[in-house]
Design a protein around this ligand. Sequence first.
Ligand code: NAP
Ligand code: G4F
Length: 342
Amino acid sequence: MKKALITGITGQDGAYLSRLLLEKGYEVYGAFRRTSDLHLNKLKFLKVADKIKYVPLELHEFTNIYRTIEKIQPDEIYNLGAQSFVAVSFEIPIFTADVTALGALRILEAIRDINPKIKFYQASSSEMFGRVQETPQNEKTPFYPRSPYAASKLFAHWITVNYRESYGMFLCSGILFNHESPLRGFEFVTRKTTHSVARIKYGFQDKIILGNLDSRRDWGYAPEYVEAMWLMIQQDKPDDYVIATGETHSVREFVELAFKNAGIDIVWSGKGVDEKGKDKASGRILIQVAPEFFRPAEVDFLMGDYSKAKEKLGWSPKTTFKELVRIMVEHDLVLIQKENQR
Ligand code: NAP
Ligand code: G4F
């Protein structure tokens, strides 16, 4: 039985990856950072919470990481833990760098010392492409990070490459474009939107207030993206791969489609922060724009080229943008109904 250690077990990808590895017969060790309330809601939703062995692991703390890896002796480590919210990384840049950049290095140092044969996956991000230098973005596209989060991920990415080249360790980096699901955190624009749409539909919220409606992302479906993580680690040679859908859509498109899935057609009027989205049928304002949701530096456009993953891993995305929005809205409509029946 293979042993896998997953950092960031309480997050979206931690939950889907745990389910996948358990299905494949792994013994899964879930690393969580200690808080006053260990939240296992995502793992419970997938019905895997009681199948995981939990270990406290703080990415700030080298001794803690070292001892944890030494004790478990995992075959594979998936480093999904991070301060993962780009907007907040402008508010807490040093914390972000410590966890998101140095956290990866601390794990690599521990692996190098304890057992350099442990295979390692680093959760790199399309945010590293930032102000994009070519389109679509692939593994050879130059990086141009636009936030403390992206700069931190870039350090973690290059140190992973560097340790692979320096010490011959089995280290992979997955450059994943945005991937979403009903388990996505509420602060990210997709889930913020679908959750608000459901609340508006059932009368628990008046409107949603957003930032830049024109930024574009390559949005895929999270359960498919964790399969790519596992596939990378099963190859004969470690390498880096872009995981994406190859399509790009604006926040505005996502919002329109989310409301449409709840039976509401949106019409837009005004410009910039004065722009408003109204219910076509009633004229009611449902969407507003506020400066507080804009970022000091924005990533305007992302669109990934996943041909290397397709060729070498046999991986391709399956869920379309339209299906992704429908899945998320339907989930949140049911969630809001259930919450309010209690
Ligand atoms: P997420 O839901 O925000 O999960 C992040 C996880 O990291 C949570 O379990 C969080 O714990 C944990 N964490 C935060 N600070 C930590 C610390 N100091 N020590 C230990 N653990 C800590 O993110 P996700 O969407 O699952 O993404 C997984 C990884 O992929 C992240 O590294 C993210 O940056 C990266 N990524 C995500 C995407 C995407 O579109 N989802 C795309 C590219 C890359 P708490 O629950 O306690 O906060
Ligand atoms: O949903 P977002 O916060 O995701 P972002 O910044 O693209 O980052 C996510 O994907 C990355 C992969 O590229 C991951 F590495 C990262 O960990 C995270 O999972 O914002 C998407 C876009 C941005 O352009 C933002 O400015 O939506 C725009 N936006 C507009 N209004 C908003 C809002 N974003 C948020 N979070 N909230 C808004 O109200």
